[in-house]
Design a protein around this ligand. Structure first.
Ligand code: SAH
Length: 238
């Protein structure tokens, strides 16, 4: 009896020690955990985003690995950052806001136009079944694809090209996220949206204030809602 009790005490102590070491090794390998949690609380939850899964994904994805080395210290700031080639990684809140709007889900297939750093694609990959992402700048398409592979995202598929035409072979998509501002909503994207699907896109002129638009499709009918003023880099054409 005495031995049995002793054994269970030893086992409990071992478990406590194991989990402490485990947590310690994780916090040491990612020195940004605290600042990332603060980013989510102060910039995202405080602005009204309540989707628990989305908040968890934003706390998990290491944003500092998606920015150039010279920007690592500002990776969790409340602003967009340059990623080269005149492009930017969106502000964390905007990534969360757009992701929330499309109502992600583990059974959903998503199309993203404008892979950029791959950060938004990683957030979507945490929440959805698969993410198809198109980037027009070859160097960014290669860099983001390598980055996402290294981070073990196996449900993100990236191709280089003009996202205006969507990705017919994999359509229809439950959700479409466009992360560059277009003058008009590309018709191929509307055509490739599934029934009950949701599409978010900033619409407006380059380098001016644009409108975030939400398109929903129900029984073939399109509903368009203008949501908020935003600022995005321009949607390019090949
Ligand atoms: N979602 C990105 C933000 C990228 S900024 C991130 O999380 O980092 C917008 C991106 O859209 C840029 O990389 C730009 O090159 C790309 N882009 C602009 N026009 C495009 C088009 N027609 N097709 C595909 N990508 C486009």
């Amino acid at each position: 009896m005495y031995i049995a009790e002793n054994k269970s005490v030893v086992r409990t102590l071992y478990l406590i020690l194991f989990s402490l070491t485990w947590e310690l090794s994780f916090s040491q390998s990612d020195p940004f955990i605290t600042v990332r949690n603060m980013m989510v609380e102060e910039q995202i939850e405080s602005r009204g985003i309540t989707n628990e899964e989305l908040l968890r994904a934003m706390k998990k994805v290491p944003r500092h690995l998606f920015v150039p080395e010279e920007c690592i210290k500002s990776a969790y700031g409340d602003f967009p950052l340059p990623i080269g080639y005149d492009q930017t990684i969106s502000q964390p809140y905007i990534v969360a806001y757009m992701t929330d709007l499309i109502k992600p889900g583990s059974n959903k297939k998503v199309l993203e136009i404008g892979t950029g750093s791959g950060y938004q694609a990683a957030i979507l990959a945490e929440l959805c079944d698969s993410v198809f992402s198109i980037e027009i700048i070859p160097e960014l398409a290669i860099e983001s694809s390598d980055r996402l592979k290294k981070l073990n995202y196996r449900n993100v598929f990236i191709k280089c090209g003009d996202g205006y035409n969507g990705w017919t072979e994999h359509s229809p998509f439950d959700c479409i996220v466009v992360t560059a501002a277009a003058e008009n909503i590309p018709q191929p994207l509307i055509d490739q949206l599934a029934d009950k699907g949701r599409l978010v896109i900033p619409i407006g002129g380059p380098y001016s204030v644009q409108d975030m638009i939400l398109i929903t499709k129900k029984h073939g009918e399109i509903e368009k809602r203008i949501l908020a003023p935003v600022r995005f880099v321009p949607f390019k054409r090949l």
